[in-house]
Write a protein that binds this ligand. Structure first.
Ligand code: FES
Ligand SMILES: [Fe+2]
Length: 370
């Protein structure tokens, strides 16, 4: 089977192959619900944010009625990007290349020197391609192919599990954005590995948690680690909406393919997501959220940044190690269980895509032979 080592884990080639990486961009990201940003980043009509989902440039825009929409960020004339970064475009999007102008509903409104085309152009033929968008707790997701299950189903038990944290009503706090010299899948494996917590994070967070009480639950598209905190680490005023494991420690919630939402007993949350930027490079972003808009976030940011550096360091070490021709993955610990959700789903999507491609090729050959 494609990219699978003898023990069922991802084969080392998958972490170093450019072709494998390209297949992930083409098939894994477009077919999934991918987190693209926080709703509070685009609060006003005309606010936009540009992101890339796999290979697809995506533009999220708030329309004049306050509704969020997602479009392919590609001009239908000659494919220029329509917008970059974040900003406000007013009531219309104007392509920076030849000035085609689009409404925030995606319709093409105006074309400079329209009568000069070699054949007449009907503006209704050239609107922006709208993409499927949905929002959960203020987190904006896009599904490029449009055929993923509804977001609420895709998130499995997470909406119920994190309901008490009331993430949608939190204020935005610290934001970190860093490069890592490692394949994004190594970074994801590490992000949802709980086996390394006591070693890599010995100096930062290991003392806060009861590693022996750690529990992992896995689904098809999500996986949850409930990590009980030591008494001394618990906040003096736990968030009143929390019960059960949410009140006793942190909940690390993975959403396939590249998002991790961590809910804390204080009621705060951390959103972490990792975007591939090449077959051996990844962009790591972290957003802290809190119910206390006036909280001094410096101490928390310092700790977060330290934990990130500890993780980056080990990911970059693994990227060098997976180049070795003598390496194949060793046994899996129970505290690495969440990795199976990530690897299994990714490999299934690629297998299915290859099957479809094979069938299409067979069909063409059969047709040619007639
Ligand atoms: S590429 Fe956008 S107007 Fe020509
Ligand atoms: Fe870590």
């Amino acid at each position: 089977m494609l990219g699978v080592a003898s023990n069922g884990m991802m084969a080392p080639e998958a972490y170093r192959s450019e072709a494998f990486y390209r297949a992930e961009l083409d098939w894994v990201f477009p077919s999934s619900w991918v987190f693209v940003g926080h709703e509070q980043w685009v609060p006003e009509p005309g606010d936009f944010l540009a992101e890339t989902v796999g290979i697809e440039p995506v533009l999220v825009v708030r329309d004049p009625d306050g509704v969020l929409k997602a479009f392919s960020n590609v001009c239908p004339h000659r494919a220029s990007l329509l917008a970059e970064g974040q900003g406000n475009c007013g009531r219309r999007l104007v392509c920076p290349y030849h000035g085609w102008t689009f409404g925030l509903d995606g319709r093409l409104l105006a074309i400079p020197r329209q009568r000069g085309f070699v054949s007449p152009v009907d503006v209704s033929d050239y609107g922006l391609r709208e993409l499927r968008l949905d929002v959960w707790e203020g987190l904006v997701f896009v599904n490029v192919t449009g055929d993923a299950p509804p977001l609420i189903d895709y998130l499995e038990g997470l909406p119920e599990l994190l309901a008490g944290h009331d993430i949608a009503r939190m204020s935005l706090g610290a934001f970190l954005d860093d490069p890592i010299a490692a394949n994004w899948k190594l970074v994801m494996d590490n992000a949802i590995c709980d086996y390394h917590l006591g070693i890599v994070h010995e100096e930062s967070i290991a003392d806060l948690v009861e590693l022996e009480g750690l529990d992992e639950q896995v689904g098809d598209t999500t996986a949850v680690a409930s990590v009980p905190w030591k008494e001394a680490a618990m906040p003096p005023d736990p968030w009143p909406g929390l019960t059960g494991s949410a009140a006793e420690g942190s909940l690390g919630c993975f959403v396939f393919p590249n998002l991790h939402v961590i809910g804390f007993p204080s009621g705060g949350a951390t959103i972490m997501w990792w975007t591939p930027t090449g077959h051996t490079s990844t962009r790591a972003r972290v957003l802290s959220l809190s119910h206390d808009a006036d909280a001094d976030v410096r101490a928390g940011t310092e700790l977060l940044s330290r934990v990130q550096r500890e993780d980056f360091d080990v990911c970059e070490k693994m990227q060098i190690g997976v180049q070795s021709l003598g390496y194949s993955p060793g046994p899996m610990h129970a505290s690495e269980l969440r990795i199976t959700v990530f690897q299994r789903r990714l490999l299934e999507i690629l297998e299915q895509a290859l099957d479809r491609a094979d069938r299409a090729t067979d069909g063409r050959h059969a047709g040619a032979g007639r």
